[in-house]
Design a protein around this ligand. Structure first.
Ligand code: ATP
Ligand code: MG
Length: 682
């Protein structure tokens, strides 16, 4: 039998061998969905003889794409060049590079990130909340609604206003040749939709398409896939309705549920065996997700035998929680567990702070995936702006960020004046400055600044030339000319900032070494696309949000913040079933050990709040038999206990209160009834 297929079970094999026509692999976490499509890709290339260039495999994060590429390439023995296996957005980027000219735009466009997007919006409008406008614009783009339609649809004045801002925002992007994340997909769709020949050609090229994590696709992605399948129907998607966690971004579980309506004659394969987690972990995961009403309903059967019970720990506050977890992790490492087999997950990024403190104090090395990303740091954004201006001198947005860095004596008023005059002259700011006569420039800014601006223009042009002719010399010249590291001296966190700049330079040199043909613009677009997950490498434990952990697996897993209000997160627009799916995603990342942690109070948004244990602990069947209960039942009359506020006291009675135990405690003459989980035994 084929080597490639020998590691698969029968259902997985049938999915691999079905080459033509639409195929949906619908299965729970850890059942080998990703393994099946990576094997399928290898099978197509290695056994069927499909040229790598005729396949397209898409997923959602760069980290997942990288892992899939490694898995697939590990199976391929034929000498084939690597197939295109990337994120949806990266595919869009590559496509636009080749075809954006059909929209009358140059292909040296720059991809902006969310932060840039917000800055542009803020510039256009200062009244309505920026985050709201940013998400509305994103929603419009993902529903293929242009500003005009948005305006026509809007009933409330505020929404008319947002539609106008959207219009200005689009004009700004066009003028500066910028492209936002949503554009990567919606412009790609637009090109395919408006150019039937191109659409047929592209579809012919990608004759075999595979998609991982299909439950997280939205309507735009579905429509894009339909375009890509114009000339064939060879689309294989895998997903799990229980793991749909991007509803807030417009993802539709319906894409999975109605797959056979979107793609006729679809075959459905279900996988029921879980190869990742032990039975106790799966029992907890199954029990939790069963509380959701809108689901297809499937349970996972473990193939691993034995396994430790799921642990729950309760702490008084976040510092105690992080201390306990750090200690447990340290013990695991001292027993020989490899750090990168350990992860701590949380629902919201804000919880990472106390966790980091605990890990630092205990000396556990960790990688924070997400949070303030490397590329979001001010000094790195400055550098990126330099690079952007060098690739595209008309990029006013980036120019303004660096025109006075290092200081050239230009205040905000002067910069505004330059911008205004450049608009009047119908030029970009850079063009405007470089074409002004000395006397005109000195009429606009102080004499000293005028000289410095002249130098700035000359240096940018020189660097541009070097980037085109001898890119390996580029980064050293950049530092030499602009002395970026020197400008950071004396700032708070100087050492860290300089280290970050060095890290960026190192990254650049590495990139040039690995992609000697690449241009500066390609480097820029690649780094903008790198998702949060890309920071995961090397030997340290990982801490990350549940969203970032999708598709990954860890031998030992801790999930913190299992409190009402945190998981489930309760707030505007929160959806309890989606929260429960997040809980399910978190739990099913664990291979052999899982610990769920909650606290009695947490410091959050500037104040300390008392918290209830998450209902999910209960729903997962973890109240009885858990550590907490063992702690409760062990109380008896006469025990000495300590309470966080009331201090030491003696137990005078024990009674049951719901699933917990209530203790009557005498605190030096003061009698109080208190739940057992709120005291510590002495
Ligand atoms: P998720 O829903 O979390 O993305 P998944 O369904 O994609 O999970 P995989 O990551 O492909 O699952 O597989 C989970 C684990 O099970 C991996 O370690 C994989 O190597 C292993 N596995 C999958 N199928 C088999 C099999 N037939 N035999 C042995 N191990 C398998
Ligand atoms: Mg997977």
């Amino acid at each position: 039998m084929d080597e490639i297929l020998s590691n698969l079970n029968e259902a997985q094999r049938s999915a691999v061998e079905r080459i033509d026509g639409p195929l949906l692999i619908l299965a729970g976490a850890g059942s080998g969905k990703t393994k099946t499509i990576t094997t399928r890709l290898a099978y197509l290339l290695d056994q069927v003889g499909i040229p790598a260039g005729n396949t397209l495999t898409l997923t959602f994060t760069n980290k997942a794409a990288k892992e899939m590429r490694e898995r697939a390439m590990g199976l391929i023995t034929q000498n084939s060049y690597p197939p295109l296996l990337c994120t949806f957005h990266k595919f869009g980027l590559l496509f636009l590079k080749f075809h954006i000219h059909l929209l009358g735009r140059a292909n040296n466009f720059v991809v902006i990130d969310t932060d840039d997007k917000k800055k542009i919006i803020k510039k256009i409008n200062a009244d309505l909340p920026t985050a709201l406008i940013a998400s509305e614009i994103s929603r419009y783009k993902n529903s293929l609604i242009d500003p005009e339609e948005a305006y026509a649809q809007a009933e409330l004045t505020n929404y008319k206003h947002i539609a106008k801002i959207y219009e200005e925002y689009e004009a700004y992007l066009l003028k500066n040749n910028l492209v936002d994340f949503d554009d990567l997909l919606c412009l790609t769709y637009k090109l395919l939709d408006e150019n039937p020949d191109l659409c047929a050609q592209t579809s012919e090229k990608y004759r075999y398409i595979m998609i991982d994590e299909y439950q997280d696709t939205n309507e735009l992605q579905l429509r894009l896939l339909q375009k890509l399948c114009t000339t064939h129907n060879n689309l294989c998607v895998v997903g799990d309705d229980d793991q749909s966690i991007y509803g807030w971004r417009g993802a539709h579980v319906r894409n999975i549920l109605e797959f056979d309506q979107d793609f006729a004659d679809a075959m459905v394969v279900k996988l029921e065996h879980n190869y990742r987690s032990t039975q106790p972990i799966l029992t907890v995961a199954n029990a939790l997700i069963e509380h959701n009403r809108s689901r297809l309903g499937k349970t996972l059967i473990a193939t691993k035998t034995g396994g430790d019970e799921v642990q729950t720990i309760t702490s008084n506050d976040e510092s105690e929680e992080s201390q306990k977890i750090a200690k447990a992790i340290k013990e695991l490492i001292s027993k020989g567990v490899r750090p990168n087999e350990i992860a701590v997950l949380y629902r919201i990024n804000a919880l990472s702070r106390s966790l980091e403190e605990g890990l630092n104090r205990t000396g556990v090395a960790y990688k924070l995936v997400g949070g303030l990303r490397f590329y979001d740091r001010a000094e790195i954004k400055d550098l990126i702006s330099y690079l952007r201006v060098i690739t595209n001198v008309h990029d006013n947005f980036s120019l303004k960020r660096i025109i006075n860095k290092p200081k050239r004596g230009l205040g905000k008023a002067t910069i505004d004046k330059i911008e205004l005059s450049s608009i009047e002259a119908g030029k970009s700011m850079f063009e405007f400055i470089s074409t002004l006569s000395d006397s005109d420039l000195e009429g606009l800014v102080r004499k000293k600044s005028a000289g410095e601006l002249r130098d700035f223009v000359a240096e940018i042009l020189e660097l541009r030339r070097v980037s085109e002719e001898a890119i390996y010399r580029f980064i050293d010249l950049l530092e030499e000319r602009f002395k970026i590291k020197e400008t950071l001296k004396g700032l708070p966190d100087e050492a860290e900032k300089i280290a970050n700049v060095d890290e960026f330079y190192g990254l650049f040199r590495d990139y040039v070494k690995q992609n000697p043909e690449a241009s500066l613009a390609e480097f820029l677009n690649d780094i903008t696309l790198q998702s949060e997950q890309d920071q995961v490498e090397g030997e340290s434990i990982y801490i990350m949000s549940i969203h970032a952990s999708k598709g990954l697996e860890f031998e030992h897993l801790f999930v913190i913040g299992l409190e009402e209000g945190f998981l489930p997160l309760i707030g505007d627009g929160s959806d309890l079933e989606e929260e429960r799916r997040l809980g399910y995603v978190a739990i099913t990342r664990a291979k052999s050990n899982l610990t769920l942690s909650n606290v009695n109070s947490r410091f959050y948004k500037g104040r300390r709040t008392d918290l209830q244990k998450s209902r999910f602990i209960n729903e997962a069947g973890l109240c009885e038999g858990s550590l907490i209960l063992e702690k409760n039942t062990s109380y008896k009359k006469g025990d000495l206990v300590r309470h966080k506020i009331f201090g030491a006291g003696r137990v005078e009675g024990v009674s049951k209160a719901g699933r917990e135990f209530k203790l009557s405690i005498n605190f030096g003459g003061n009698k109080r009834d208190i739940l057992a989980s709120f005291v510590e035994k002495l």
